[in-house]
Design a protein. Structure first.
Lengths: 129, 737
């Protein structure tokens, strides 16, 4: 059975290196994107089950990526976890309103992130026929 | 009655009538007796009486003398005293002469004289009381005026008082300085083109902005708010950021309790408004810098901490390969150094300290929605309805900017997506505590992320006007959020604004307001007589118009052959007063030589115009100075020709109504040989100071014009239209330059 594919979209190399290591270690296949447009292309191409999406990225913001993904029925099952330094309540509300499944404010514990990813993926599998 | 006194002619008439009547009676008596006799008897009587007829004449004459004496006595006692009393009473009635009338004539007339004297005494006592009260009140008003003037001049805040037409009625020195700083041409007009008595405040502020603030105040007044005020922040044409607080000036208090009862409904009637201005350009820049610092500290540090946290978490894995361990250690070192640098930068830049926040005002959400409904329908031309509006929500908003954002979005929906109707929805935000969500909803197709982003980032265009703000600016100003969502089930889409909530304080502390208590005690004179802005200029009275009286000095007499303006001087006439403090006097660099022959006339040496502004800078400033006034000049056709030939070059189009004192002089004095300014000034006894300087001539022209207005009125010329028509009919109107 193929490992579950996760896309990590962030323009910060210092977070990418840790998250890539972490997710691979947890047994996921990891795809990386360094801006919003790369993220959209990678979602269309790689069809990841879950996206760890930073908000403040060049070209397109995480909010824009989220909105486009949710606007396309082909990706309706793609899970989105927003990871962002934007911690205002209005940002959280906006992220969730635009269809993110979870919103985590930086800094976060990697343990909690892994738990969140696992629970979302399990929930999605449980919901799948 | 003295012997010399002229006898009343009516007495002679009465005496004559008695004589005629008695003669008639005699004739009839003799006639009847004679007709009853035979001819012989008549002959006998005639013979008997004939020689004694003289006796009858004597007795008749005696009788008439007695009647005459009786009539004279009767007149002396009854008629003459009444006539004299009437004349003397007329004098008392028409003048303020105070004297006691002498008692004369019969007893009844003497009683009347006594009553007259008492009434005059009473009138005099009342008049004295009233004069004393008026003097006292005038003293009080003078004291209040000087107190207010002192208070105003001491204020460190700019204060401008306007009537409902936006005309400035009062401003303090600070406001004058502030407007000088706002002037686009400070070196030219020194702000006098922006502020002045009778000038329109709409020359500085967008009329819609002020109207919106007024509407907002009126709504609060109607709800019974004690101290309603509105705030807005606006950018001026010169790019300055002004925070404006507006307070209402309400109608004067009713004179009596009965009036107060009937006027209760009018308690909210506004007669004008007070504007308090603060230039917050620097504050705002500092605020923006502070926000940037805060942003760097929070979001920047969060990202760095997240990177470190993740790397440290990875270092916990015991089986980590040395190469990977070194990479995570490098991340931690890298982020620690970056964080240290960031904190040092923040520390260095944080010296500015606390600054005022961007002012947001409390507003009932339902009021905002109502205002938005009206604005969207009137400006964007879409049907607009409210849907699910929470009437209890109080927002903390900059309502004008927010309304403009809503109108702008609705207008783009209409223009680009052919949307015909929109709805507004307001409720507490589901995601964020202390926030409200305001949705602009439409039915139909959705839009792409790029479209939403470009709408959010484009400079807003409302009506014909493009603003400097974007939707994002407005949202950030509120610390809010904005996004686009679809409701697939309802086949609807909406833009959502997350906006801050306010504490509903105002509703809680509303005291009962009696209509008389609206005005502060130190301000008690009524300056608010609104003018009839609705009448066209031509229909308005000459006495109520405002004028800019001006003169130009030029290099020569032929503008079409290259002669140029080298000086403009202008003064303002407001409410029939020459405002000597509000002048426009400016030399102009003509960018061509000044002919030597003209120098003795105007006295302007070529070196005086070097370094002065050019006509491209001066005319727009003069245009602003003359805004909303009638232009007046002596031989105006000459000066206007110079201005009009520069319209394309300067962009300043002088389409004001124009009056010419030369033509008006010819209207009131058609038989005079000369209507040159010197001659006219001499006729009106106006002293000429500085003839042939632009300012000097403008001042003389202004004083001449003031003298012309009443003379025109005597000729039945009261309105601007009548004055222009009369001027055009005069001979001089045919003179062309």
């Amino acid at each position: 059975m193929n490992p579950t594919k996760i896309l990590i979209a962030d323009d910060e190399p210092n977070i990418l290196i840790s998250l890539e290591f972490l997710m691979k270690r947890e047994g996921y296949e990891v795809v990386l994107a360094r801006d919003g447009q790369q993220a959209i292309d990678a979602i269309a191409r790689e069809r990841p089950a879950l996206v760890l999406l930073d908000v403040m990225m060049p070209v397109k913001s995480g909010f824009d990526v989220c909105h486009e993904v949710r606007g396309n029925d082909a990706f309706k099952d793609t899970l989105i976890v927003m990871l962002t330094a934007k911690g205002r309540d209005t940002d959280v509300a906006k992220g969730l309103a635009l269809g993110a499944n979870a919103y985590m404010t930086k800094p976060f514990s990697t343990k909690e992130l892994v738990q969140k990813v696992q629970s979302l993926l399990q929930g999605a599998q449980g919901a799948a026929p | 009655m003295s012997a010399q006194q002229k006898t009343d002619p009516r007495l002679w008439w009465l005496l004559g009538a008695a004589g005629v009547a008695s003669l008639g009676w005699l004739a009839v008596t003799f006639g009847l007796i004679a007709s009853a006799m035979e001819a012989q008897e008549r002959q006998a009587v005639l013979q008997t009486v004939g020689d004694r007829l003289v006796l009858i004449g004597l007795t008749w004459g005696g009788g008439m003398a007695v009647i005459g004496w009786g009539l004279k006595r009767w007149f002396a006692l009854w008629v003459t005293p009444s006539v004299q009393l009437a004349e003397e009473a007329q004098v008392l009635l028409k003048t303020d002469v105070v004297r006691e009338l002498p008692a004369k004539g019969n007893a009844e007339t003497k009683v009347l004289v006594g009553l007259f004297n008492q009434l005059v005494g009473q009138r005099e006592a009342l008049r004295q009381q009233m004069d004393a009260k008026v003097a006292e009140a005038a003293r009080g008003i003078e004291q209040e005026k000087s107190r207010l003037a002192a208070l105003m001049s001491e204020l460190t805040q700019s204060v401008v008082v306007c009537n409902l037409d936006g005309q400035v009625l009062l401003y303090n020195n600070r406001a004058r300085m502030q407007f000088r700083a706002l002037s686009q041409a400070p070196g030219v007009a020194g702000g006098a083109e922006l502020i002045g008595l009778g000038r329109s405040i709409y020359g500085v502020f967008d009329r819609k902005l002020v109207q919106h603030a007024l509407e907002s105040i009126e709504q609060r007044l109607q709800r019974g708010a004690a101290q309603p005020s509105a705030q807005f922040v606006t950018t001026t044409p010169s790019g300055q950021l002004l925070r404006v607080q507006m307070a209402p000036v309400r109608a004067a208090r009713p004179a009596s309790a009965a009036e107060a009862a009937t006027d209760r409904a009018d308690a909210v009637a506004l007669t004008g408004f007070v504007l308090m201005l603060d230039n917050i350009t620097r504050d705002f820049e500092a605020e923006a810098a502070r926000d940037q610092v805060l942003h760097t500290l929070t979001e920047g540090s969060r990202a760095a901490l997240a990177n470190m946290q993740a790397a440290i978490d990875m270092l916990d894995y015991p089986d980590l390969e040395p190469a990977m361990r070194e990479r995570f250690m490098a991340v931690v070192r890298d982020e620690t150094r970056a964080l240290g640098q960031r904190i040092a930068t923040v520390e260095a830049g944080a010296a500015d300290g606390l600054k005022t926040r961007w002012p947001l005002e409390d507003m009932l959400g339902a009021d905002l929605v109502n205002a938005a409904l009206r604005r969207i329908e009137s400006v964007a031309g879409l049907r607009c309805a409210a849907q699910e509006v929470d009437r209890e929500l109080w927002l903390k908003v900059e309502s004008f900017a927010l309304l403009q954002a809503l109108v702008y979005l609705a207008a783009r929906l209409s223009d680009e997506f052919d949307v015909k109707a929109v709805q507004l929805r307001l409720g507490p935000a589901s995601g964020g505590a202390g926030k409200a969500q305001l949705d602009l909803i439409w039915t139909g197709q959705a839009m792409s992320t790029e479209t939403v982003m470009s709408w959010e980032m484009d400079a807003m265009k409302v009506g014909q006007e493009t603003l400097r703000l974007t939707v994002r600016d407005v949202v950030e100003r509120h610390g809010g959020a904005f996004w686009f969502e679809r409701e697939r089930v309802r086949h609807q889409a909406f833009f959502r604004f997350l906006l801050p909530l306010a504490n509903p304080q105002e509703a809680a502390d509303v005291p009962v307001l009696s209509p008389g208590e609206s005005r502060p005690e130190y301000y008690d004179f009524d300056l608010f007589k609104t003018t009839q802005q609705t009448l066209s200029m031509d229909e308005r009275l000459l006495t109520e118009l405002n004028y800019t009286v001006f003169d130009t000095e030029t290099t020569g007499l032929n503008p079409s052959q290259g002669d140029e303006i080298i000086q403009i001087g202008a003064a303002r006439l407001v409410n029939g007063k020459l405002l000597k403090q509000e002048c426009f006097e400016q030399l102009v660099d003509p960018k061509r030589p000044i002919p030597a022959a003209s120098i003795p006339i105007h006295g302007i040496q070529p070196e005086m115009v070097v370094g002065q502004p050019t006509i491209e800078q001066v005319l727009p400033a003069f245009h602003a100075f003359a805004q909303d006034t009638v232009l007046v000049a002596h031989n105006a056709a000459f000066d206007m020709r110079f201005l009009q030939l520069k319209e394309q070059q300067t962009g300043a189009v002088f389409d004001h109504p124009v009056l010419d004192t030369l033509l008006l002089s010819a209207v009131v004095h058609p038989h005079q040989d000369s209507h040159r300014l010197e001659a006219v000034a001499e006729r009106f006894n106006v002293t000429i100071v500085g003839r042939h300087t632009a300012m000097g001539d403008a001042m003389v022209t202004a004083e001449v014009f003031l003298k012309l207005i009443p003379l025109l009125a005597e000729k039945g010329i009261h309105t601007l239209g009548q004055a222009r028509e009369a001027a055009q009919k005069t001979y001089y109107a045919r003179l062309k330059y």
